[in-house]
Write a protein that binds this ligand. Structure first.
Ligand SMILES: Cc1cc2nc3c(=O)[nH]c(=O)nc-3n(C[C@H](O)[C@H](O)[C@H](O)COP(=O)(O)OP(=O)(O)OC[C@H]3O[C@@H](n4cnc5c(N)ncnc54)[C@H](O)[C@@H]3O)c2cc1C
Length: 347
């Protein structure tokens, strides 16, 4: 079992009407889907370790106790939301009745990991990317390993947007129909805690709602952000990274945080052959730009390279069919070798 992190926050909920084995299955399945490790799994308890905190269930004489442990409010909120969303798929009534020890009177108000933000800068970063700067209050929770967030965009033309709110069970309630919010995930490319600004790079593509929004020059517009979430920076000095444009900002951040003596390879897949997205990497990392219209798929390249070299952290993020191909070809081999990996759908 990996060493337990020292989390400072906890939230628990008693679920007296649910069998422990049902919750155990839910947590184990959820962990498998996201490739999170299960660090305890017995008749007494189950614990899944995510990059931002632990989700556990303890078997009680009558029902079970759900426990969330993390070090930031935003992470607790995210983990509660994640488990409740899955619980609601199979046990809707039980999910609605959940009440958390740290928020017994929850209900109404904005989610804890939601922040209002204002567009404070828009610059063409390179041919296919626009850099967006947001002015945000309360950025402290964005310091650390998690580097992704959700941009919350109201529908175009809506006079008075409706923002998310918290249900009594702690779950985030989203406005529906014509008030539905667009919630794509982005990578924080840079931030300035002093000025309260974050910067992210949007890959401009046909039909994208964020691309359309940017075309209308939204300087000064109010949006929301939620996070941080997901995995983040790598602690490894040998890496194989593969990504399409949506992953360039994440790869850029990972490379900037590697030790100077790190080695490995990066393959960037581009739709039009552009190689101008700014990247700074340690000298031992080989960077390759690959035009996906004229070459093999990124997935096939990653599979080939990784079958022959087994000593690096394997990182792959791209479109979902590419990811499915990589998962089906490599997941088992990586697991058998005990090789660390991150394989994720970005769009
Ligand atoms: C952890 C994570 C981090 C991410 N970081 C970034 C980032 O820093 N920068 C960034 O630009 N993206 C990033 N993405 C990807 C981004 O969330 C998606 O591309 C998202 O769909 C963008 O929303 P949209 O409004 O542009 O497109 P939508 O309006 O949601 O989609 C419209 C259409 O465009 C298609 N589409 C979506 N993305 C692409 C694409 N890249 N190329 C071609 N067609 C596409 C959709 O499938 C759909 O058919 C990240 C995703 C994840 C999961």
């Amino acid at each position: 079992m990996s060493e337990a992190p020292e989390y400072t926050l906890a939230a628990t909920a008693l679920l007296q009407d649910m069998a422990f084995i049902d919750m155990q299955k839910l947590i184990v399945d959820e962990a498998a889907e996201h490739e999170f490790p299960i660090v305890t799994n017995s008749a007494e308890s189950v614990c899944c370790r995510t990059p931002i905190g632990d989700i556990s269930a303890i078997n009680l004489v009558s029902g079970l106790r759900l426990e969330i442990r993390a070090s930031m409010d935003s992470a607790v909120a995210l983990l509660k939301g994640g488990i409740l969303e899955h619980l609601a798929e199979t046990h809707l009534e039980i999910a609605e009745q959940v009440r958390w020890s740290d928020a017994p009177e929850a209900g109404g108000g904005l989610p804890k990991n939601f922040r209002y933000a204002t567009v404070a800068g828009l610059t063409q970063h390179c041919k296919n990317f626009m850099r967006v700067t947001l002015q945000v209050s309360g950025l402290d929770s964005f310091v650390g390993e998690a580097i992704h967030f959700r941009l919350i965009l109201p529908p175009a033309g809506l006079g008075e947007p409706e923002w998310p709110s918290v249900a009594p069970n702690g779950q985030t309630q989203w406005p529906k129909d014509e008030k539905a919010l667009h919630r794509p995930v982005y990578t924080i490319r840079d931030m300035n805690l002093h000025t309260g600004q974050i910067m992210f790079d949007v890959f401009l593509h046909d039909g994208g709602r964020v691309t359309e929004w940017l075309k209308a020059n939204p300087m000064g517009a109010q949006v929301g952000i939620m996070g941080p979430g997901g995995g983040g920076l790598l602690q490894s000095n040998r890496v194989f990274l593969f990504g399409d444009e949506t992953a360039f900002p994440a790869i850029a951040r990972i490379l900037e945080n590697l030790p100077h003596d790190a080695s490995g390879i990066v393959v960037f897949a581009t739709g039009d052959g552009s190689t101008d997205y700014p990247i700074t990497a340690p000298p031992g990392i080989r960077l390759t730009w690959h035009h996906r219209e004229t070459h093999r798929s990124l997935a096939d390249i990653a599979i080939d390279v990784t079958h022959h070299q087994t000593d690096a952290f394997f990182w792959f993020a791209a479109e979902k069919q590419q990811v499915a191909h990589v998962r089906s070809e490599l997941s088992a081999a990586l697991k058998i070798r005990g090789q660390d990996s991150y394989i994720s759908v970005y769009w």
